[in-house]
Design a protein around this ligand. Structure first.
Ligand SMILES: Cc1cc2nc3c(=O)[nH]c(=O)nc-3n(C[C@H](O)[C@H](O)[C@H](O)COP(=O)(O)OP(=O)(O)OC[C@H]3O[C@@H](n4cnc5c(N)ncnc54)[C@H](O)[C@@H]3O)c2cc1C
Length: 344
């Protein structure tokens, strides 16, 4: 493993970590703001070389869209920003540098150090199964492009398997799809999945609609809590009309290969459980030597810099998962009163 350093030019360097909504919109904003400031270099580091439009991820899982419809190459989107594709391994706040590994094969994988003057954190969140037994091993997440592709493949595999004459005994669990979590991601996923499997049935001579079960499990009294009760009730009515079973005021507790267990409810035989019920801020944030709010979130103040930071450091700027729910310049963020990262 080579430990290279990407030397810092005489310029001021702003490093943005993360190429999702927070990172890309920060980069676009900075590109405009600093168009006439050639002494400032903007560098965006992300795992993938594309921006993923997550609100349409479920449409990949349900075969409604092709992958290229929801990804946008970062290098096309950002003309002035230097794009660095790699995995952020470590944020060294006291020395103002980040360690990034890259390279695909085990032989050419190595890490580089990238120095910065200002840092923008937009690494998003990661799926959290809250250590519920069986979920990390057996449930499917719905957060990344590979997750959506995997879900689509799983649905098709279940339909194929259930259609075969010899799978009579396992048909019920093969044809029962459970989504845990009634927020945006869960509701969008269950709706798309439900349409997909019902439309696909016509191609499977041994399968009928009465055999299908699509279940949404939500711990609250009404789904889509971000939208308020009226819209939540409306969404529930529409989903129920389309054949989705909605289990409210309960939560999944554990799962085995062909069964998922619910609190105070009978278990559901199912081979496919999709988890959209929890995320936590990116674990890299928990390693940073600065004040944390609940669940490793970083508290931010109005100008988006941390109230506490190691002395001698310029304030890093926080976009993404911060304690007040400022997540990105997306409709969801604005519905919660959030707005994009601001820079001084
Ligand atoms: C299925 C689904 C549906 C959704 N629907 C909606 C919706 O309808 N409306 C809405 O407003 N919101 C929706 N959301 C939520 C929305 O996607 C998030 O609020 C938004 O993506 C958060 O933006 P972010 O920039 O903080 O994080 P992200 O968009 O997750 O970006 C984080 C970026 O950091 C990169 N990264 C992370 N760790 C590393 C690392 N160690 N090294 C390098 N790169 C790294 C990731 O690859 C990614 O590019 C949905 C989410 C999902 C999953």
């Amino acid at each position: 493993m080579n430990n290279g350093a990407i030397s810092k030019p005489v310029k001021k360097r702003i490093v943005i970590l993360g190429g999702g909504f927070g990172g890309v919109y920060a980069a676009l904003h900075l590109e405009k703001l600093l168009a006439c400031a050639p002494e400032v270099e903007i560098c965006l580091v992300s795992r993938d070389n594309f921006f993923l439009f997550t609100p349409m991820l479920h449409e990949i899982a349900a075969s409604d869209l092709e992958i290229t419809n929801i990804v946008n190459p970062l290098r096309k989107l950002l003309r002035r920003v230097k794009v660095f594709v790699g995995e952020v391994e470590w944020i060294d706040l006291p020395n103002k540098r980040v360690v990034i590994s890259h390279g695909h094969h085990k032989y050419d994988n190595h890490s580089d150090r990238l120095e910065y003057d200002h840092l923008v954190l937009a690494l998003g969140s990661v799926t959290n199964f809250f250590n519920l037994p069986g979920f990390a091993e057996l449930a499917l997440a719905m957060k990344s492009l590979p997750d959506a592709i995997q879900l689509r493949a799983r649905i098709i595999r279940c339909l194929e398997e259930a259609n075969s004459e010899c799978s009579l005994g396992g048909r019920q669990s093969l044809l029962t799809f459970v989504v845990a979590g009634g927020g945006f991601a869960g509701v969008e996923t269950v709706a798309a999945l439900n349409d997909f499997v019902r439309e696909a049935l016509q191609f499977y001579p041994n399968l009928f609609e009465r055999m299908l079960r699509v279940v949404l499990v939500h711990p609250g009294a009404v789904i889509l809590p971000e939208l308020g009760e009226n819209l939540g009730h409306y969404a529930q009515k529409v989903l129920a009309q389309r054949g989705v079973e909605i289990r409210l005021n309960t939560r999944v507790t554990n799962m085995i290969e062909n069964e998922v267990y619910l609190k105070d409810n009978p278990p559901i035989p199912s081979n496919t459980v999709i988890w959209t019920a929890g995320t936590v801020p990116n674990p890299l944030l928990s390693s940073m030597p600065c004040e944390k709010a609940s669940r490793w979130r970083l508290p931010v103040v109005l100008k988006r810099h941390f109230p506490s930071r190691p002395s001698g450091c310029l304030p890093p700027l926080a976009a993404g998962q911060a304690s007040r729910g400022f997540s990105a310049s997306t409709s969801r963020a604005s519905s919660r009163g959030g707005y994009g990262a601001q820079f001084t």
